[in-house]
Write a protein of this length. Structure first.
Length: 342
């Protein structure tokens, strides 16, 4: 093993509560079979997991709770203790608070101190951005073992008193597309470390002159009682742009690595919704690749999703096999991806 190899030692994930299917949501909001059929046809995400009780609204798990569990599982799976971690990076778009950073709360719970910690606020590309930061810092040689976390509690934006029939189509789609969850991975340059090599990470802003495709508002004491929605989504722009950007990410990684399209054994496509992910994967030019997707079962858990994909990938990868993961952040359009080789 070359000393500069960054290896993916382990992955840990967690989903809160029990799986909620479309029929359960329909009953909760007084919606009929036609609404269920619309969700199935348009979104195609069968189940999601929420960190609060759907009937009472009681919050059962915070972002720090989920992140702690996923991180502890990843550390245990790597066969190390928290004291071996000398770098932590987290990506999220839904922190528990603006301050303190959730990554530091997780570190405290794990008994980790005296190391650099970073929290990146970003949408679906944040997990890859966190992997990129950790990889670059490990390659610089000052650190040897990084704990990387991606987590979301997007259900904090769900209004249990709303009548979904009064929502715009984009808001209704968001209501059923997203869910909560967390994932974490341990990266290491320690001699003798076992696991696939994280060969490349790719992050590139692609939003110059392009309107935001997804907006999430933040309300302070002055404006928290306003009537505006907590977020908005240009679903048509996302539907049109993500497949194009995903293909550009794949090509950029292939060019950087000198791989051909047929060299990719596993493809981890963007996980937007069950329907959209299937369409994107079909259009990506990786004819020999086995698709690793999970969104139809987990819903869109944002920055947790790549870790759920990696958790499915790792047991399958054989010696010499290669994988490419792709993520697109639609708020201001960030292209992101990574490549692994065992």
């Amino acid at each position: 093993m070359r000393s500069q190899d960054v290896r993916l030692l382990s992955v840990g994930t967690v989903l809160p509560g029990q799986p909620l299917d479309i029929a359960t949501l329909a009953r909760r909001f007084g919606l009929g079979v036609s609404w269920e059929q619309w969700v199935e046809a348009f979104v195609g995400t069968g189940t999601r997991y929420l960190s609060f009780d759907l009937d009472s609204g009681e919050v059962r798990q915070s972002l720090a709770d989920l992140g702690e569990t996923a991180a502890a599982r990843a550390v245990a799976a790597a066969g190390i203790g928290p004291d071996a971690v000398d770098l932590m990076v987290m990506g999220t778009s839904s922190p528990d608070a603006l301050m303190p950073a959730t990554v530091n709360l997780i570190a405290d719970r794990l008994g980790i101190d005296g190391i650099p910690t970073y929290q990146l606020q970003s949408g679906c590309s944040g997990a890859v951005q966190a992997l990129d930061v950790a990889r670059q810092m490990l390659l610089a040689g000052r650190h040897r073992t990084a704990l990387v976390i991606g987590a979301e509690t997007v259900s904090k934006h769900v209004d249990l008193d709303v009548d979904p029939r009064r929502l715009a189509a984009d808001q209704m789609a968001s209501m059923v597309m997203f869910g909560d969850g967390a994932g974490a991975a341990v990266l290491s340059t320690q001699p003798g470390a076992d696991g696939p090599v994280l060969l490349e990470t790719f992050v590139q802003l692609a939003g110059l002159g392009r309107p935001p495709g997804h907006t999430v508002e933040w309300f302070g004491l002055r404006d928290r009682h306003g009537d505006g929605p907590g977020g908005s989504e240009d679903y048509k722009a996302i539907e049109e742009s993500v497949p194009v950007l995903a293909a550009e990410i794949l090509q950029a990684l292939l060019d950087e690595l000198g791989w051909k399209e047929t060299d990719v054994d596993y493809l981890l496509p963007p996980q937007l919704s069950g329907r959209m992910t299937a369409r994107i994967a079909e259009q990506l030019p990786a004819p020999a690749a086995y698709e690793i997707s999970c969104v139809a079962e987990t819903a869109n858990t944002g920055n947790a999703l790549p870790f759920f994909q990696l958790e499915r990938l790792l047991p399958r990868m054989m010696e010499g096999e290669r994988a490419i993961g792709i993520a697109v952040e639609s708020s201001k359009w960030i292209k992101a991806g990574f490549a692994l080789e065992r």
